[in-house]
Design a protein around this ligand. Structure first.
Ligand SMILES: NC(=O)c1ccc[n+]([C@@H]2O[C@H](COP(=O)([O-])OP(=O)(O)OC[C@H]3O[C@@H](n4cnc5c(N)ncnc54)[C@H](OP(=O)(O)O)[C@@H]3O)[C@@H](O)[C@H]2O)c1
Length: 342
């Protein structure tokens, strides 16, 4: 139980729950979730967060925290960033843990879209426990990619590339290493550390022989995404196969790739190219977010970022939304959402 300056309002407790949730891992099959148990006058009786798949959910952590402090949680309110689950997965249903503990009310920020895990609020209401949906922007932001993956029944797809000012992804001789500088590459490694899988086509494996590992700060991060090579031709001896956490998906249809990865509980997939694979994902409307690292360089020749999308007129251009841009050394990172279907 934390030191507390005074009683918390429901909004303050939700902000605290969001902050607790951020301690959990960004990758993995489960979302980041935080929970605060409040007494009637707003004292924090217990708090917890989810540390990743296979470990206790945030509500159970908070109940344990309260129990270890000897706090009586009967009639208390559990403030939680995500609707408590109603199913037995790797752990038991949170609705049962809350009921058995005698919790009187639950305030949750994000409804669980899961087919099996959802519906917890209805179960609680049926047991006479007030379950209130109290939407919160920060809590939604925390689960945005996971939520989309659950709703769509496929991984959330981020397309990423590095390109020159004239939209070239590689030089005429096929080389594409070091288009961007240190800061952009460091950022890209940090992003790799937050996703479940990274995919490239066999063409990129042959041209660049990437390791596809996450190395923020120049060191392999604790979490390494699954490396995925898309395409039919074998790529024996490539660096990517030095790691056991790598798979070949001998398919061209992006849907088939996503289906295979969904079955492996991949929630966020980073597609790093090349132009053939990126075009296939964009063409099928299967890119949810794009990250373009733009270097102030010109090549005048070489492959462009995305191969032919079959778009013949300006009116049909795919346009991103919620665009952001930021400088990374001499380069610029532009991000955009493509919320078709999300
Ligand atoms: N700057 C960057 O960010 C960046 C990133 C990646 C790559 N690149 C550059 O991109 C170039 C390679 O381009 P690329 O287009 O060959 O690479 P690619 O998109 O990685 O691979 C293309 C190959 O993947 C397979 N494939 C997978 N899905 C497919 C689909 N839907 N349709 C057709 N084929 C599909 C095909 O091979 P199979 O015959 O094996 O099926 C195809 O030849 C290199 O010069 C590399 O340096 C640059």
């Amino acid at each position: 139980m934390p030191e507390q300056a005074g009683p918390l309002s429901a909004a303050e407790a939700m902000a605290r729950a969001v902050s607790l949730a951020t301690r959990g891992p960004e990758n993995g099959p489960n979302p980041r979730v935080g929970c605060v148990i409040l007494s009637e006058r707003g004292d924090v009786l217990g708090e917890g967060w989810h540390r990743g798949a296979g470990t206790a959910h945030a509500e159970v952590e908070a109940l344990r925290d309260a129990a270890s402090a000897g706090a009586d949680v009967r009639g208390a309110t559990a403030v939680v960033t995500l609707e408590p689950c109603s199913h037995t997965g790797r752990t038991g249903p949170c609705v049962d843990a809350l009921t058995e503990a005698g919790i009187g009310a639950v305030r949750f920020a994000v409804a669980d879209p899961g087919g099996t895990s959802g519906g917890g609020a209805g179960v609680l209401l049926g047991r006479g426990i007030a379950a209130v949906h109290a939407p919160d922007a920060a809590a939604s932001a925390l689960t945005r990619r996971w939520h989309a993956a659950m709703r769509l029944g496929r991984p959330y797809v981020i397309a990423k590339w590095a390109a020159t000012l004239d939209g070239r992804m590689a030089a005429a001789d096929g080389t594409s290493f070091w288009i961007t500088g240190d800061e952009a590459r460091e950022h890209a490694h940090q992003v790799r550390g937050t996703v479940d899988a990274i995919a490239v086509g066999t063409g990129t494996v042959r041209a660049d022989d990437p390791s596809l590992s996450a190395r923020p700060g120049g060191h392999e991060s604790g979490h390494q995404p699954l490396r995925v090579v898309i395409g039919n031709s074998p790529t024996p001896g490539a660096q990517v196969w030095r790691d056991t956490n790598a798979v070949a998906v001998p398919a061209h249809r992006p849907e088939a790739v996503l289906e295979a990865l969904h079955a492996r509980e991949v929630r966020t997939l980073l597609v790093e190219g090349g132009p053939t694979v990126l075009a296939a994902f964009f063409r099928e409307g299967l890119v949810d977010e794009a990250h373009a690292y733009i270097a102030p360089a010109l090549l005048g020749a070489g492959p462009t970022v995305v191969a032919d999308l079959g778009i013949g007129t300006m009116e049909d251009a795919l346009r991103g939304q919620s665009v952001t841009s930021r400088a990374l050394g001499a380069d610029t990172l532009v991000t955009a959402l493509f919320p078709r279907g999300v």
